[in-house]
Design a binder for this molecule. Structure first.
Ligand SMILES: C[C@H](O)CC(=O)C(=O)O
Length: 321
């Protein structure tokens, strides 16, 4: 039985969903999202990435990829009890773009990194902490991390001021027993830190895995509305709101958001349970090959895709996202 009172839902539709549509969200949609999540009682909304346009090559992206404070103030004219967060990547953020918290609409800055870059991630955490922000460290691709790498990282994390440390299933390959094991390990070795979970839904397990962590006392639960997130997407916000209901949460405003905006979005953009994403999840691989397949004329050639991924030959094209 999940205890309800201690959880915080962090909705990352705009940030993770932006990886599906190059952050092509209208201002009206993002405003409705903030109003809807606030009415639903969601504690945090991740409104995008705060990476630097100068440091990132690539095509045109919507403004939610390179959040700018003055633009943000035009969008969010009235702050509610729902706090705002932004994600930054190592090497892609210009610290000069970050204002002190008292001058910002953001409350939480989350730093995403791979295990080899935990030291660099923690340097950023220290800076954002000193500027007054709540902070998290999101260690990506944990299913590929070795025990000894984690143990070394924990020593550094314990010395840092980071508030929340995330278990991130970037490849959507984890099962409940993996979450059970990792959460116990994080709790044992990071006793002073709050924990978070960010799950992907390749194996249709994102919700179940999130509940496994929640039942063990993980506080921060990531989700996205209608599951909109990279590739197979995330644990859905509407399921969490329904399951963790009680006085605080109301799923109805989120159903309204889906009805008004997201049925047509789902017809336009691919995310969620699609067979190529299931295959890469089952094989514990990055979704980039499945994303490339779905962008091609061979999008439904599942057996050929599976054969190529499981043969000794290397899979050819891979667009990085
Ligand atoms: C830091 C985020 O949790 C990154 C992400 O979405 C991932 O799956 O990795």
């Amino acid at each position: 039985m999940v205890k309800h009172h201690q959880h915080k839902i962090l909705d990352c539709t705009i940030r993770d969903g932006g990886l599906v549509n190059d952050w092509d969200f209208s201002v009206e949609f993002v405003q409705d999202m903030y109003r809807g999540l606030s009415a639903a009682g969601v504690e945090y909304m991740e409104i995008g990435y705060k990476n630097s346009e100068k440091l990132l090559k690539g095509g045109a992206s919507g403004p939610w990829r390179f959040l700018n404070e003055s633009f943000l103030r035009d969008v969010i004219t009235k702050k509610t009890d729902t706090k705002l967060s932004a994600l930054v990547d190592i090497g892609r953020v210009d610290e000069k773009d970050i204002l002190p918290r008292e001058d910002s609409l953001l409350d939480l800055i989350r730093v995403a990194c791979y295990i080899k870059d935990v030291d660099k991630g923690l340097e950023l955490v220290q800076k954002f902490h000193d500027m007054g922000y709540e902070t998290s460290l999101n260690i990506m691709a944990l299913s590929h991390v070795m025990e000894n790498e984690l143990t070394e990282a924990f020593e550094e994390i314990n010395r840092s001021p980071v508030d929340v440390v995330y278990v991130v299933d970037s490849y959507g390959s984890m099962q409940s027993k993996d979450i059970d094991y990792l959460v116990s390990k994080f709790q044992r070795l990071l006793p002073e830190k709050e924990l978070g979970l960010h799950m992907h839904n390749n194996m249709q397990l994102a919700f179940a895995n999130t509940l496994t962590g929640a039942s063990k006392g993980v506080t921060f639960l990531d989700s996205s509305v209608y599951g909109m997130g990279r590739a197979a997407g995330n644990c859905t916000t509407e399921l969490l709101l329904s399951h963790l209901k009680g006085a605080r949460y109301d799923v109805r405003p989120v159903l309204g958001l889906i009805e008004k905006h997201m049925i047509t979005m789902r017809e336009k953009w691919d995310w969620g349970y699609l067979i190529p994403y299931m295959i890469v999840g089952a094989l514990d691989e990055h979704p980039r090959t499945a994303m490339a397949l779905l962008d091609s004329a061979e999008r439904n050639n599942f057996t050929d895709f599976y054969d190529r991924l499981t043969s000794v030959e290397t899979f050819p094209s891979a667009s990085k996202k």
